[in-house]
Design a protein around this ligand. Sequence first.
Ligand code: NAD
Length: 540
Amino acid sequence: MTSASVRPRPAAIPEIKAGRRTALRPGWALLPERVDGLARRATAGGAPSVSTHAPATGARLVDLPQSGERDLDTAFERARAAQCEWAKRPVKERAAVFARLHDLILREQSEILDVIQTETGKARSHAFEEVADVAINARYYSRAAADLLKPKGRPGALPLLTTASEVRHPKGVVVVVSPWNYPLALSVSDALPALIAGNAVVSRPDNQTALTTLWAHELAEEAGLPKDVWQVVLGRGKDIGAALIARADFVDYTGSTATGRGIATQAAQRLIGCSLELGGKNPMIVLDDADVAKAADGAIRACFSSAGQLCESMERLYVHADVYGEFVERFVGNVAALRLGADLDFDSDMGSLTFERQLELVSAHVEDARAKGATVLAGGRARPDLGPYFYEPTVLTGVTPEMDLYREETFGPVVALYRVSSEDEAIAQANDTRYGLNASVWTCDTKRGRRVAERLRAGAVNINEGYAAAWGSVAAPSGGVGDSGLGRRHGAEGILKYTDVQTIATQRLLPIAPLPGMSEQTWARTMTVALWAMRRLGVK
Ligand code: NAD
């Protein structure tokens, strides 16, 4: 660990309050027998196990079995066999499993909140966002899937004579590779539309947060998901990533842009589809007519949820000069009031980082910026007095292009503040990035907010909210442009990507060819007249 000591701070930087030192007294969900029972649900055991630790305390959590080649073969064989039967069930029957999952997850939430917090080190309110995410997706897809997946009639080649329809078939076995930062949301909410579409799923959660996925796997069986339709395998990306893609019919990946590129390359070689949800360097714009108090409050949620280890998190704040002074005062005051801790209750506002490497990256970005002349307005140091990977929520000004955090994703509780003199300048600066995942605009004039939003190059723009408005609107697609990814989750795209589309067309009465005895020339003339008529009549 790099920043092991708590550095004394200059008088101008406000003190960030410590919560209690996190103890993580686990409930029964994390007793050793329970943990071992969850670990046994994985198709794994053919490779040496890996130990995981609770980030907030450093305490050992579990020795996780790992999947070897044979385990992968077994998982895919079982998944393929189960998928054939699963796909034969009506969509409504498949969807009903997830309507029950919705109810169960809300009912059993205290247990999974303990597991998520223990594995990630995040605050309980941020763990709850994951429970809500799964419930929202389960509700939406269990209601909407039948309509989205049903065959759709399409205009035929020749009106009345040709009918056409679009039919959806499941891809087969979908691989879902999910990261550690939102382990419940990103493993379950991406798997559930694939399953409702009639696929089997092989999930590869990150080792650090595998218990969360395995807990959901158990709950899905309780909700009625047939055994073997959802397989969980375990292993580091570098160990089993390629072997998974080699066996998959479609790959859904969430993680860094660098890894996503490698996965896209392998998927392309196999000519299978992939959906990639990657990194971001998200901008938030506070316009001159914004409600500054609300914006300063919203910026806390936008920047520090899960200690900033959220792909949708804001790392750049562009504030109009007219409201800059007031915004800075309120925002820095809000940051200083945050309570750090990861106890299994709702008394902390921000938890720990999840890995030593995240702490190293965050510390390196802040130290680089400080060394090159940036000013720390709040935070700016590790808090080993609270737990091994705690880092204070940090606000910087004076960040310039030579500094690493100007363009690079920090993926931590660090945000740079920039003063801008116009709407156009804010938009130009916000768009000056290779990423394009999420953006946020604060204004009292929502029509103006929409105009600004349409000029931002980002897969989602939230007006008067950081990320939850767009993310939670699951009937609309979510995903990135540029280096932030390919494909979408949520909405129609979020389930149709797991299907192959087939066109079935029927020709009636007359062929699409000359009638008996008709010359090719007469046929061409007849068709020309018909094509002109179709255009005049507005046939699509
Ligand atoms: P990472 O790419 O190193 O790892 C992410 C996950 O991918 C890990 O679980 C890892 O085991 C796995 N992985 C690594 N190599 C693999 C391979 N060759 N094949 C298959 N899987 C492999 O990223 P990280 O640093 O651990 O995670 C943080 C990054 O993820 C950030 O850039 C963040 O923005 C991004 N992320 C994006 C979203 C989103 O929805 N857009 C959500 C969460 C995280």
